[in-house]
Design a protein around this ligand. Structure first.
Ligand SMILES: Nc1ncnc2c1ncn2[C@@H]1O[C@H](COP(=O)(O)OP(=O)(O)OP(=O)(O)O)[C@@H](O)[C@H]1O
Ligand SMILES: [Mg+2]
Length: 284
């Protein structure tokens, strides 16, 4: 190969390298621009989420006063403080009362969800015994057990270590699970249990012998406003926020929620939490 050939080849390779470098630089600029756009979008998304949470928080907060006055006026009417009601009037006032109670529960759930999303929920972990939590829950549900065909059983939490977590939030999750279980079970049993799970976690389960949930609906039940769309569930409507709240609360406590169910046989909802809430998991 002559010197001229070699030089020509070198020049050609150099040109190729230059071309490649130019292409690479262009791609780099493109990637940088894309990143900037993504960052911008992430900021926008964060702003939108914050706005949504703030709106929800203000709205649900402002709804509380009028709803509670509707509730107290309905109460006065039902108690016939200002004179007797006819049978029909009493029935209508009870409708108002039920609707107002449902509404105020929904407002409370919305406010809780908004607070969690805005990162404004304080977690106060403390050491406590499961036996105490179970007996508090038992006391809370006793007055509500009006269907004698369903029993509510709390298994003795044998061999469970003491827990270090936010017991009020755990209780809120279990209350939601239990009230759903009672709502969707017309006969049989609702059973609440707690067991050590894996390494250093505890799993709380609420098992019912109720209507169950079809496999295709299982994935969505923990989403906001999600309700299973089947004729049998229609008359038992709530707002579909209870389980979404449970999922958020569980993740605040460093845990997860889950469900297993068979249509027509019953369901088990569970929450798995670290036995001791790690300090790093306390606030995002
Ligand atoms: N134990 C259960 N058995 C059968 N279906 C259930 C059970 N728990 C929940 N579901 C289904 O999951 C849906 C979502 O439950 P969630 O608690 O979020 O809402 P809700 O009970 O309808 O309303 P809310 O709790 O907000 O008053 C319910 O509407 C119901 O369709
Ligand atoms: Mg519910």
């Amino acid at each position: 190969m002559t010197d001229t050939d070699l030089n020509a080849q070198l020049a050609a390779s150099q040109a190729e390298v230059d071309n490649l470098r130019a292409e690479l630089e262009e791609t780099n600029r493109g990637v940088v621009a894309l990143y900037a756009e993504l960052d911008e979008q992430a900021i926008q998304l964060k702003k939108a989420t914050e706005l949504k949470s703030r709106f929800l928080a203000y709205m649900s907060h402002e709804f509380r006063t009028p709803v509670s006055s509707i509730r107290s006026i309905a109460r006065l009417l039902i108690d016939q403080v200002d004179g007797p009601l006819t049978e029909e009037q009493a029935k209508q006032v009870r409708f108002i009362q039920t609707a107002a109670i449902d509404f105020s529960e929904m407002v409370d759930d919305l406010l809780d969800l908004a607070k969690i999303e805005a990162g404004r929920v304080e977690i106060s972990p403390a050491w406590f015994e499961m036996v105490d939590l179970f007996s508090a829950l038992r006391g809370m549900f006793r007055p509500m057990l009006d269907n004698h065909a369903v029993t509510l059983t709390f298994e003795e939490p044998h061999g469970l270590p003491r827990l270090y977590t936010d017991d009020r939030k755990l209780s809120q999750i279990l209350r939601n699970f239990i009230s759903n279980a009672l709502k969707f079970t017309s006969a049989g049993e609702v059973r609440v249990s707690a067991r050590p799970f894996g390494d250093g976690s505890v799993r709380f389960s609420v098992t019912d012998t109720g209507i169950g949930i079809a496999q295709e609906h299982l994935v969505a039940v923990f989403d906001d406003f999600s309700q299973v769309d089947s004729p049998i569930q229609k008359r038992l409507r709530g707002t579909g926020l209870g389980l979404a709240l449970c999922r958020q609360l569980a993740s605040l406590l460093g845990g997860t929620v889950g469900v297993e169910s068979e249509l027509g046989k019953g369901s088990t909802f569970f929450v798995t939490l670290p036995q001791q809430l790690a300090v790093a998991e306390r606030q995002e």
